[in-house]
Design a protein around this ligand. Structure first.
Ligand SMILES: Nc1nc2c(ncn2[C@@H]2O[C@H](COP(=O)(O)OP(=O)(O)OP(=O)(O)O)[C@@H](O)[C@H]2O)c(=O)[nH]1
Ligand SMILES: [Mg+2]
Length: 469
């Protein structure tokens, strides 16, 4: 079977351009094979091409006869290919000149350069994958942790699609029942009342089969974000409490300057480490205090901005010195953040009771006594962070699907529509109204799979891809 949705043939360099062992030029479309035939020469002058086979030979400029590179070329005939079209992949040496020369030859014979993500877009438009799978392709490429990769692969395999299709089928069936029921009752409100038990069981069914599992998928969104994007920690506190020392200790290297004089760090210092398989971005910031000079006040402004990016703020207090109004100032800056309190310098004599911190600041935030000077304490802190902010999400998500931002929004819209359907049913409204809400919920689920074919949405999604994917 030949796919003819697209008449043109696209091509791109699919590997990063630069010196490397292998580079790849990818071609997809109805002319792919003809085109390749005209520039590929093997020992066998009568070379025939079988699908899903790799051929050894040379790329040669047909007009000058000049040899360009020694290559391995694969041919995959539609429809069992990435795009469902004929696909040719030329594995050549990776160098700027070689890759560009081959691409030019391909373009010279009538192919057009692909836009970012266009191969995957064709895979979607030709029906090989749904939109959630296309999004999973980007996730696989961008995964920053093993867990994120596992998750992306689950979506790529189509797990999200099967869950959504299950819900969709349940809603469609509910709607069919409801419509049959509407036909019988001829919209008479009294009849509706008489049929309340039937209504009730339909409602229970939708709750159990769609609304509840949908809500549990929505709850996993935040956790998924950590697995996908990693965790951002921000160290804050008044000057000299040991923020930079803590940064260095967590990274296991001397990244930031540490000094006994307050006001050492003036800018945001960023680095990263791996915790339980997840990438952790960590930011050290300038000490927050009352009378900053000009440079310090820029630093403090940046510190506050960083706080708003944090998944978790590590707020340091110096346990060896009395609390001050500067600690209070930091506390006020954290009112919208998730934070834990680290009572640092526990190797020195404490200057206040831990209770005091509970009273003044912590509320429900956890408080950990710690000394940056003690390696055991740093290990303990890492274990705590891993268990609380990484392992828990991993446990929750081990075998589950997790929506991305776009999918989460569709799910939220679906949930609102279903909640309205529920209210209407409980209040005994007309079946038609309920049916409309069920339909609108179903449409939101379909949007996750890309059934709407909304061009703008597709542009937005596929423009995130690299060229050649
Ligand atoms: N005894 C002891 N000293 C510590 C500890 N943590 C940090 N210090 C010392 O406290 C001083 C300040 O440490 P920094 O890490 O520079 O503090 P900071 O919070 O980054 O300070 P600013 O950048 O000025 O805001 C240094 O002399 C550190 O050696 C600790 O746990 N115990
Ligand atoms: Mg510092």
């Amino acid at each position: 079977m030949d796919f003819r949705l697209f008449q043109d043939t696209i091509c791109a360099i699919a590997t990063p351009i630069g010196e490397a062992g292998i580079g790849l030029v990818r071609i997809s479309g109805p002319d792919a094979l003809n085109l390749a035939r005209s520039i590929f020469k093997s020992r066998d002058s009568e070379q025939r091409f079988n699908s899903h086979t790799l051929y050894y030979g040379w790329i040669k400029d047909p007009s000058s006869g000049e040899l360009v590179d020694e290559v391995l070329m694969s041919y995959m005939a539609a429809p069992r290919t990435y795009t469902r079209e004929d696909v040719i992949e030329i594995n050549c040496h990776s160098g700027y000149a070689v890759l560009n020369r081959i691409l030019e030859l391909v373009i010279g014979r009538g192919a057009r350069i692909a836009e970012p993500g266009e191969f995957t877009r064709r895979a979607f438009l030709n029906g090989r994958i749904d939109l959630s799978q296309a999004e999973a392709v980007i996730e696989v490429i961008r995964s920053r942790s093993e867990q994120g990769l596992l998750l992306a692969n689950r979506h790529l395999r189509g797990d999200f699609r099967s869950v959504i299709e299950g819900w969709r089928a349940a809603l469609l069936q509910a709607q069919t029942y409801l419509e049959a029921f509407i036909d019988f009752s001829e919209d008479l409100p009294e009849e509706v009342e008489q049929e309340a038990p039937a209504y009730r069981s339909l409602l229970d069914e939708i709750r159990k089969e769609v609304i509840e599992p949908l809500e549990s998928v929505l709850r996993r969104y935040e956790e998924g974000r950590v697995l996908r994007e990693g965790l951002t920690l921000v160290l804050v506190g008044k000057p000299n409490v040991g923020k930079s020392s803590m940064l260095n200790a967590l990274l296991g290297k001397d990244r930031a300057i540490v000094n006994s004089a307050p006001g050492t760090t003036r800018d945001v210092i960023e680095d990263s480490f791996i915790l339980a398989g997840v990438q952790v971005r960590i930011l050290d910031t300038a000490g927050i205090h009352h009378q900053p000079d000009e440079i310090e006040s820029f630093g403090i402004e940046r510190a506050l901005r960083s706080v708003s990016e944090a998944d978790v703020v590590l707020w340091l207090l110096d346990h060896s010195r009395p609390l001050t109004s500067e600690d209070q100032k930091v506390y006020e800056a954290l009112s919208n953040s998730r934070y834990i309190v680290l009572l640092n310098k526990s190797d020195l004599t404490p200057a206040f009771e831990v209770e005091k911190v509970h009273e003044l600041f912590a509320g429900f935030a956890p408080i950990l006594g710690i000394s940056v000077k003690n390696p055991h304490d740093i290990e303990r802190l890492k274990t705590y962070l891993a268990e609380t902010f990484v392992m828990r999400p991993i446990e929750c998500c081990r075998s589950e699907i997790i929506p991305n931002l776009r999918q989460k929004e569709c799910l939220e819209n679906a949930r609102s529509a279903l909640a309205r359907a529920e209210e209407l049913m409980v209040s005994g409204s007309y079946g038609e109204l309920v049916s409309l809400e069920l339909q609108s919920g179903r449409k939101q689920l379909e949007a996750i799979l890309g059934w709407e074919n909304d061009g703008e949405l597709l542009d937005r999604i596929f423009s995130q891809f690299c060229i050649g994917k």
